[in-house]
Structure formats: structure tokens, C-alpha cells
Design a protein around this ligand. Structure first.
Ligand SMILES: Nc1ncnc2c1ncn2[C@@H]1O[C@H](COP(=O)(O)OP(=O)(O)OP(=O)(O)O)[C@@H](O)[C@H]1O
Ligand SMILES: [Mg+2]
Length: 497
């Protein structure tokens, strides 16, 4: 439903007077500066959007996906020219976020072959969400796009193009929903189900998608709301009356969509298995009777709200096998989210480390290379940052199962656990992470691990199968040299025991 028909800027007049429709579409998001947000009205926002779309569409500009056009003065000047000052007065960033169309595997796209759609948006940053005092006390309601979810989408890394598929699905649902009236509804429920093991990013994907929807729909709807229903809380809080609660929530959502047609609503039902468990396995026990009724209420609720063009459901579950068939039949898209692959694990680590570098927790003089470059680094120099990070990712990858959740926490946890000095440089941070992922690897047993202790000299730890030792030296020693000496001595047969 993003512009259902092309506008005049979508066409290029060729010399032969043939009209050529640009095959791709490039999405650019302009975030309004927080300090001018309250001074702007809707007209200013629309004006800025139209100015940027017209400017970019009428020239020959090349854009790199994920770049922020305003980040560097020189490139910003090249792209925006005389508009730069005016744009900077209003916008904090201008990011090239998505490309839909042919050659989607390319990261560079030009305004001569892609239509440009700019969305200008303000971020809500009120930390409060409406709960107890709202119409739907069983849920958390957040006005979107919200600062809480800023960057969530960009931080998620997956091997398969799940983000691209979700964007397409969302674009299609939104586009077609407007073409159906209340009487002639779509056959498919606007419902996306993400399922997979814990900590693989399902909830974050839904929140990131809701943020995307809010930004994308900025010019079509006055507001977007995210209603988050945590079903396990719902069940524990309203014990034995979950069916009634589910029914009530859906009735209120339906009323909201009807009474406020200019508000778009994303409903996130986390851990949906609590209210969508298979009725086949329900027994006559009181509690399961309640869960059976809750599943019925959910199905009825989904049918009741199916044809509202301003509503979409996003559900997550890590118990796919227990879900009711009738619920699964109502999912417009079912997508499995799996544990991250080696490449994704590397990228997650790299981005988290980069975040710590950006926040000056870690000092770094070198760049952290992306995964494909790290593989080359590993061939050329095993001590390089890329090779070491790749080695860490490989160690994690060979351990039984590590979720995206534990991976994202790893760099920070390592620094918190092992840092004993005022400052932490990249070399130290990598050492700490290596140390944290090492205990699971038996091949590392006996390898000495050194650490400088502020004001106390140097510590060396040697982990064995049964026992670990710690040598404490009063002076500050060269840790690497000491580790190498101990390692060499350990490998001598007479010292092995
Ligand atoms: N593939 C990934 N890329 C980057 N970060 C990830 C990834 N998977 C998980 N994370 C991070 O892990 C944390 C937990 O993710 P999230 O809560 O979305 O997982 P989940 O699949 O909903 O887990 P659960 O099934 O336990 O509810 C988040 O901070 C998220 O950013
Ligand atoms: Mg979750």
C-alpha cells in the first residue's frame, strides 16, 4: 500500500520518447531531530518528504544500502547541494534502508533505475507505555515509531533473508488490505508467525518490523500503535479466565480499529502457544479446559478482525509443534527463525564489539572487518583482529547451541568479568572473549591465561582437567611472554603432569 500507483517521478522519458518505468524501489528514512520535533507540524514533515523525493528522483545519484547520507559532510553536500543546510536543520539522519526490485543482491543502487520513496518521521521517546490506565490493561501499548526500538531491526543478523521476506510480506499485506472492503475481505489473515528456539531474535524481529511499519506508513496513517500481549503474564495474572481475557482484548482491538481508522495497529502476541495450543491434546481438566476455550476465543477473535485494513498481527512461539492446526491455518506467513550460522555469529559479535567501541568502552585503532574479509584475514595473519574474531565465532559455533541472545551479551560480559584496569583496548577485549568461550573447550585445558591487576602486579591462571592454578607476581610483567614461557614449559614431557 506504499503508493499503489506510480507517480510522475517514477518514469523516465527516454530519448526515443519511450516511457520507462523504473523497476526498483529504494526506501530512504529521514529521522527528525529531537530538538525541533515539537516545533514541526505535519505539513513541514510532508514538505520535507516531497522535497527530498523530488530532488533525488530528478538527478543521477548513487546510494549505498544502510548509509546515512548526512553522516559525512562531503558526501552529504554532493547529494543535497543547496538543500543541505535546510535538511540538516530538520533531520538528524537520512538513511538508505531498503531496496525492493531486480538486482536485490547489490548493495549500491542508483536513482536512475529505482524509484525513491522517502519517509520522514519523528521518534516517540516517552518512557511510559499505557498499561493499567489504558483501554486494554492486559497489554502494553506503545506509540510508534519509538526510541526503545531504534536500531533493533538493523542489529539483527540472519543467514537466510528473513528480514527481506518479512518486508515483502508486510508490503504486500498492507498494499492489498486497502483493496479489500469490509464486505469482500481477503482470504488470508494479516498474521505473521515466527517460530524457533529461544533467544533467536523472534520478539526483536516483530518489534523491529512494527517500527518499520510505523515509519513506512507515516504518510498514510496519523498514528501507529504497538499492542504487546505477553500471554504468559496474561495467564498468570488472570488465572482460569484466559478465554474471557482473550475475547475482551480482541473486542477492544476491533473497536479501536473501527473507531480510529487513521491509526494503524500492530498486535504482538508473544509466546502465542499459551493461548493457541492444540485443542486435540486438551483433556477435561479445569485448566486445560480454560486453555481450550482460550484457543477458541483467539480463533474467533482473529476471524472477527480479519478485514480491518489498519491491523496486523505478529506472533512468536518456540513450541511450534504444540500449536493448534486451525491457528496455523490462519497464519498468512509462518517462518522459522533458526540459531545463527557461523557467518551470522561472527557478524553479531562484530556489531556488538563495534557498539562498545562507539560507546568508548573499548578503545580500538583498527576496523573490525566484515565476515567475508575476516576469512581472508585468517589466511594472511592469524593474529589479526579479523582472524581472532573468526576463531572465537568458530569456537562458539562448535559448541552445542548458543543463541543470538547469549552471543549478543558475550563481548560486554567478557569485559565486565575480566577487566582489571582503567582502560580496555581491543586486544584485551578479544582476549577476554577468548577466555570466556574457552572453558567449554577441553583442548584449551592447561593453557595459561594472564591478566594485569591494577596495583597488584600480574596474575596467571592455568586451568587443568581437575584443578586450576593461579600464579600471582608482585611486579607488572609482560603477560604474553610469561604465557608463552609457561605454555612452552607445559608442553615438555617432564612437566606434563
Ligand atoms: N540473529 C540475531 N542477530 C542479532 N541479535 C540477536 C539475534 N538473535 C537474538 N538476538 C538478540 O538476542 C536478544 C534476545 O532476542 P529475542 O528476545 O528477540 O529472542 P526470542 O527468539 O524472542 O527469544 P524467546 O524465544 O526466548 O522469547 C535480543 O537482544 C536480540 O537482539
Ligand atoms: Mg521472545
Amino acid at each position: 500500500m506504499t503508493q499503489s500507483h506510480a507517480n510522475e517521478m517514477d518514469f523516465v522519458l527516454l530519448p526515443s520518447k519511450e516511457v520507462f518505468v523504473k523497476p526498483g524501489k529504494l526506501f530512504i528514512e529521514g529521522r527528525v531531530r529531537d530538538d525541533v520535533r515539537d516545533d514541526l507540524d505535519n505539513e513541514d514533515i510532508v514538505e520535507m518528504k516531497e522535497l527530498l523525493e523530488k530532488h533525488f528522483s530528478s538527478g543521477d545519484f548513487t546510494f549505498e544500502l544502510l548509509e546515512d547520507i548526512l553522516a559525512h559532510d562531503r558526501t552529504a553536500d554532493l547529494r543535497l547541494g543547496s538543500h543541505l543546510e535546510g535538511v540538516k536543520e530538520i533531520l538528524k539522519s537520512l538513511k538508505v534502508v531498503e531496496y525492493l526490485g531486480p538486482n536485490a543482491e547489490h548493495t549500491t543502487h542508483s536513482s536512475t533505475s529505482a524509484r525513491i520513496e522517502v519517509q520522514v518521521y519523528e521518534l516517540y521517546d516517552d518512557p511510559r507505555t499505557f498499561e493499567e490506565d489504558s483501554d486494554i490493561p492486559q497489554a502494553e501499548i506503545t506509540p510508534m515509531p519509538h526510541a526503545r526500538f531504534d536500531g533493533v531491526w538493523d542489529e539483527l543478523v540472519f543467514a537466510a533473508d528473513i528480514k527481506g521476506d518479512l518486508i515483502w510480506m508486510m508490503t504486500n499485506i498492507l498494499r492489498f488490505s486497502l483493496r479489500f472492503s469490509d464486505n469482500v475481505g481477503s482470504d488470508v489473515n494479516p498474521l505473521i508467525l515466527l517460530h524457533g528456539p529461544p533467544g533467536t531474535g523472534k520478539t526483536s524481529l516483530c518489534q523491529g518490523l512494527a517500527q518499520k511499519i510505523a515509519i513506512r506508513l507515516r504518510s498514510q496513517y496519523d498514528n501507529t500503535m504497538l499492542i504487546q500481549i505477553n500471554t504468559s503474564t496474561l495467564l498468570s495474572k488472570y488465572y482460569s479466565e484466559s478465554a474471557k481475557q482473550v475475547d475482551e482484548i480482541f473486542t477492544k482491538i476491533a473497536r479501536m480499529c473501527q473507531e480510529e481508522p487513521h491509526t494503524f495497529t500492530c498486535v504482538l502476541i508473544d509466546e502465542v502457544e499459551s493461548i493457541a495450543s492444540s485443542r486435540e491434546f486438551s483433556t477435561d481438566g479445569g485448566e486445560s479446559h480454560d486453555s481450550l476455550r482460550a484457543t477458541n476465543a483467539l480463533l474467533t477473535g482473529l476471524d472477527k478482525t480479519k478485514n480491518y485494513p489498519n491491523l496486523i498481527f505478529l506472533c512468536t512461539s518456540n513450541m511450534f509443534d504444540t500449536l493448534d492446526d486451525a491457528f496455523l491455518d490462519r497464519c498468512g506467513l509462518k517462518r522459522e527463525v533458526t540459531a545463527p550460522s557461523l557467518g551470522s555469529q561472527y557478524e553479531i559479535l562484530r556489531r556488538r564489539l563495534q557498539k562498545l567501541i562507539d560507546r568508548r568502552v573499548i578503545r580500538a585503532e583498527v576496523e573490525l572487518p566484515p565476515y567475508k574479509d575476516a576469512k581472508t584475514c585468517a589466511l594472511l595473519d592469524l593474529a589479526s583482529v579479523g582472524a581472532r574474531l573468526l576463531n572465537i565465532a568458530e569456537q562458539i559455533n562448535s559448541s552445542p547451541h548458543i543463541s543470538g541472545r547469549s552471543l549478543t551479551q558475550l563481548p560486554e560480559r567478557a569485559v565486565l568479568q575480566y577487566l582489571r584496569e582503567e582502560e580496555c583496548d581491543l586486544n584485551m577485549a578479544l582476549k577476554f572473549i577468548e577466555r570466556l568461550v574457552r572453558p567449554a573447550q577441553t583442548s584449551q585445558e592447561g593453557k595459561p591465561e594472564g591478566n594485569k591487576v591494577e596495583g597488584k602486579g600480574t596474575e596467571i591462571e592455568i586451568r587443568g582437567k581437575k584443578r586450576s592454578f593461579k600464579l600471582v607476581f608482585e611486579e607488572d610483567l609482560d603477560i604474553e611472554l610469561l604465557e608463552n614461557c609457561i605454555e612452552a614449559a607445559r608442553k615438555k614431557p617432564s612437566l606434563e603432569s
